[in-house]
Design a protein around this ligand. Structure first.
Ligand code: ADP
Length: 406
């Protein structure tokens, strides 16, 4: 899906020098007054090749390749001295948009004859070719895992899905936490049964009609009392069948909330779908981190990239502003550094997260400008950046075949 992003506001990037423009004009006028009007300066045609050569000097700040070779420049329209550059980002949640705007403006404004540079953005999420996998039409599958329960894995899975969707991407959220599905509560869906279209299960839609978040939980299909099937030899077949039957249609991102730990269901999900990668959620204390490291190793053994680590419940700030590091602070960041993994960000303990999750509005924690909304949005953007890096720098992930026997 190509997403048109909001038009250029005309805001000048940091370091942009208006005076340079008007001073240049004034200088030309002053010289022209005494000599002959510097027509060459005023009517100079901007050279198309020079503009593209300038664009080729601009690097994607995360991938370290030039934006022309990365096929991100879709157009450079010249009209008199004005150049409008159309840049296609690899995700609407791109954390580097302002930096790219600034670098493009700086590079192109150095081309002779250019008096104004405008940069417009669109986004086209690239992804793993799922055609041979279970989920055709789904470009990226992101598993959210944790070493143990109760660390906020489902909360992060919901927030990541809602956050990507709020940035304009087409997103699905799959609750694979069969032992304790919390997505139906956190999305306000409760215990409804999904509709069927032919043999296929239609995901629920929550949020704005124009770009809803599609939601499905294995818990909707298999009642709790049948939880036994999640152990032993049947698990592999049941999960594959379920995955094949959900009608996701076209998605930029499918976020999968895995069960905690490294059990059969996590393994089957990880090996059945061609995962783009996994996010590991951990709280900062050592006992949680030990399990988180185990989860990281499980994914790595399956050949699944770790897209990053999130530290949840990082600190509690009371109403008087005092910070209490209830579970410690920074442990997950240190773990990520030690294991050579990207650190996506931390989220404080905040009562509003618990309340809004219980209330079933997946978008509420990201709305507004609270510290929680800011940290979640930053995590979403950092993750989107990591996914783009992975897709542009590595070969497509493949589903790994491992047969699980009881
Ligand atoms: P998990 O999926 O790891 O078992 P959940 O996401 O279900 O954990 O979270 C467990 C509980 O903690 C939920 O009630 C959730 O609302 C709450 N919670 C999660 N993260 C935070 C946070 N940062 N601040 C406050 N409460 C949180």
């Amino acid at each position: 899906m190509t997403i048109e992003l909001p038009a250029d506001t005309g805001a000048k990037p940091d370091g942009w020098d208006d005076k340079r423009q008007s001073a240049g004009g004034a200088a030309a006028w002053a010289i022209g007054f005494w000599i002959w009007p510097d027509k060459a300066e005023q009517t100079m045609t901007v050279n198309h090749d020079a503009v593209w050569a300038a664009l080729k000097t601009v690097q994607d700040p995360e991938i370290f390749k030039d934006i022309v070779s990365l096929n991100m420049v879709k157009d450079a329209a010249i009209s008199g001295g004005q150049v409008t550059v159309s840049v296609e980002l690899t995700t609407p949640a791109c954390p580097m948009r302002d930096r790219i705007r600034q670098d493009v403006t700086a590079a192109v404004s150095g081309v002779p004859g250019v008096t104004e540079v405008k940069v417009s953005f669109s986004a086209n999420v690239r992804g793993v070719d799922q055609a041979k996998n279970l989920l055709p039409g789904v470009r990226n599958v992101i598993a959210v895992g944790a070493g143990k329960g109760g660390v906020g894995k489902s909360t992060m899975a919901v927030s990541i899905a809602a956050g990507l969707s709020m940035q304009g991407a087409k997103v699905g959220l799959l609750d694979g936490d069969v032992y304790g599905p919390s997505i139906p509560t956190m999305t306000g869906l409760g215990t409804q049964s999904p509709a069927l279209r032919g043999e296929q299960i239609v995901p629920f839609r929550v949020g704005p009609a124009a770009n809803p978040l599609r939601v499905m939980s294995i818990g909707f299909i298999v009642p709790k009392e049948k939880a036994l099937i999640w152990r032993g030899p049947m698990v592999h077949g049941v999960i594959r069948q379920f995955l094949e039957q959900v009608l996701w249609e076209e998605l930029d991102y499918l976020v999968v909330d895995l069960p905690p730990g490294t059990g059969d269901v996590s393994l089957t999900l990880a090996q059945s779908i061609g995962l783009t990668g996994a996010v590991i959620v951990a709280t900062p204390q050592e006992v949680a981190l030990m399990d988180a490291r185990r989860a990281v190793r499980m994914f790595q053994q399956l050949g699944v990239s770790i897209l990053g680590v999130v530290e949840n419940m990082s600190a509690f700030i009371c109403e008087h502003g005092t910070q209490y590091d209830i579970f410690g602070r920074g442990g997950a960041r240190t773990m990520a550094a030690e294991m050579g993994l990207p650190f996506l960000g931390d989220v404080p303990i905040d009562m509003s997260i618990r309340k809004q999750s219980d209330a079933g509005d997946p978008f509420a924690n990201l709305a507004g400008d609270s510290p929680v909304a800011r940290s979640l949005t930053s995590i979403v953007q950092n993750l989107a950046g990591q996914i783009s890096i992975r897709n542009l720098t590595r070969p497509a992930g493949k589903a790994i075949k491992l047969d699980i026997t009881a």
